[in-house]
Write a protein that binds this ligand. Structure first.
Ligand code: DC
Length: 227
C-alpha cells in the first residue's frame, strides 16, 4: 500500500495527539507531534531568559537549538532539546501559558516548518499540529481537522494535567484553553483553520479508538487498498 502523508490539525484538547499516535501505530507510520517542537523552543527561551517579545532572538534560538523526536515502543514520542530529554518538561502549565507567543513568530515558524517538511517528505507520516494541512504538508493525501466542544476539551486537558501531577482548577484551565484558541485562530501567520479539503470530525462524543478507526478507513480508501 502506498505510504501517505496524513495531516491532523485541531485546537488544544481536540484529541489530536492521542489519535495521531494511534493512527501511526495502526499503519506503522512515523508520528510527528509538531506542537512539541514549538514547546521545546519555548522551554529553551524561558530557560535562557530570552524575552518572549523579542522576535529576532526567538527566531535565532529556534535555528540554533537541536530538537529531536524519537519514537517510543508504546507509539509515543520522546522529545530531546540539545540532547536532554524534555518530554515532560514541555507539558508544564508555564509552557502552556507561553507557547502561543513563540508560535506566532515568523522566523520561528519558518525554521520549524522546514524541519517538519523534511520529516514528512518521504511519506508514511502522521503529523499533528495547527497548520499541517494548510501550510506544512498542503499536498497531504489525507487531511483531518478535529474539533470538540470547549467543555470536553477543558475536561480532557484537566485530566491530562492532573495525571501529570499539576493542580489546576477547571475554570482556570477553561480560560487558558479559550485564550489559546483565540491566539492560535486569530494570528496572522498560519492560523488554526481547516484546509478546504480537510475532513472535519467532531470528537466530543467519540472515543479515540472510534476517531482512529475513521481515519484509518479514510487512509485505506485514499491509498487504494482493497479493505
Ligand atoms: O498541540 P500543542 O498544544 O502541543 O501545541 C502547542 C502550541 O504550539 C499551540 O498553542 C499552537 C502551536 N502550534 C502551532 O502554532 N503550529 C503547529 N503546527 C503546532 C503547534
Amino acid at each position: 500500500m502506498k505510504k501517505l502523508q496524513i495531516a491532523i490539525d485541531g485546537p488544544a484538547g481536540s484529541g489530536k495527539s492521542t489519535v495521531a499516535r494511534l493512527v501511526a501505530q495502526a499503519l506503522g507510520y512515523l508520528y510527528v507531534d509538531t506542537g512539541a517542537m514549538y514547546r521545546a523552543v519555548t522551554l529553551a527561551a524561558l530557560r535562557r531568559g530570552v524575552s518572549l517579545g523579542d522576535e529576532e532572538a526567538l527566531a535565532q534560538l529556534a535555528a540554533a537549538v537541536r530538537i529531536e523526536l524519537k519514537s517510543m515502543p508504546d507509539g509515543g514520542q520522546a522529545v530531546f532539546l540539545d540532547g536532554e530529554e524534555v518530554t515532560q518538561a514541555i507539558r508544564s502549565p508555564e509552557i502552556n501559558g507561553a507557547v502561543s507567543q513563540v508560535a506566532k513568530v515568523y522566523g520561528v515558524r519558518q525554521v520549524l516548518t522546514r524541519r517538519q517538511q523534511e520529516l514528512g517528505a518521504s511519506g508514511g507520516v502522521v503529523m499533528d499540529g495547527r497548520d499541517i494541512g494548510t501550510v506544512v504538508l498542503p499536498q497531504a493525501e489525507v487531511k483531518v481537522f478535529l474539533t470538540a466542544s470547549l467543555e470536553e476539551r477543558t475536561r480532557r486537558r484537566l485530566k491530562e494535567l492532573r495525571e501529570r501531577g499539576f493542580a489546576l482548577s477547571e475554570s482556570e484551565l477553561r480560560e487558558e484553553v479559550l485564550r489559546r484558541d483565540q491566539e492560535d485562530t486569530g494570528r496572522a501567520l498560519a492560523p488554526l483553520k481547516p484546509a478546504p479539503d480537510a475532513v472535519v470530525l467532531d470528537t466530543s462524543h467519540l472515543s479515540p479508538e472510534e476517531v482512529t478507526a475513521r481515519i484509518v478507513a479514510l487512509v485505506r480508501e485514499r491509498a487504494g487498498s482493497p479493505s
